[in-house]
Write a new protein. Sequence first.
Length: 314
Amino acid sequence: MSIELAACSELTNLKSTVAQLDMSLASEHTKTASVGIDLSLLGANCTGEYAVSSPLDQVDYRKLITAMRTAHDGGIDFVSLNSTFATHSLGKTRDSSLDGVHAAAKIAEFATGGICVETCATPEAINIATDLLAKQTAGWAGITIPLHENSDFAALAAAAADARAAGIPVTVVITNPKVSPERAKLVVSIADSIRLRVSNPHEARGARFALRAAAKEANRDLPVMAEIGIVISATVPAAEERALLIEEINGCEIFPGLPKVIGTVYDVADTVESWVGLGASDGVVLVPGSLPTDLASVLRGVLPLLKARSIVSE
């Protein structure tokens, strides 16, 4: 299910060549946006209502599958697992970089929508993920990778092409909004979609336009998604209290490097509309502060609000 959101006049009235990439907005003044949600907090030894206090706990696949199915059935296009996800915790004595991939492969048969999993930006990791996820028979699966300056872009492009041929799209994570034309071309040679971890929507819009311009030159259509951290309660003060509690439990800042909404379902819906309408993204990946509370708020509050404000296409 995709949601048609209004595009603001600031975007539809732009005259630059890059802005012509969104000419569909000029006639309809709407933009199709997809919505995903991150379920990494359901990993082992994570914070949240589903967390287990034991330092040697293991992921509860039953709860992970239930959350995934609930999200899909509630209108979420895809769920994701990021690099922090672990199937079991043994401190720093084990490599958990492929835990998300193995978990996704296990739960894929229960998916009714998409599932994206983050792994290392190496050809070897992409090949392993491709082999495991290509066996999925329901929904669809994708790989997410963070690029680095010293990455072997040619080798990654080849591995990504193999994944694409197997029906596994590759998403590239961008954390620096200053995307040069040369960098954009490298990203486009690898990615089937982009995920922005950029806190400022105006900087995100500049990065999105640069990437879409490079994609247009390569005759490709690459959607650009923005990650947004959320803590939802009935009132803003209550949400702020929850956010402070989460920070105390985790011992660190909540959602570092991400835009964040700490407030009500209306605040989250407004932010999603703002980012998409401004041209900063083609959709969002909501990163909850805790589960299952924020997932329930998205399904029961945020999505119905967005649907009520827009046209829904299935």
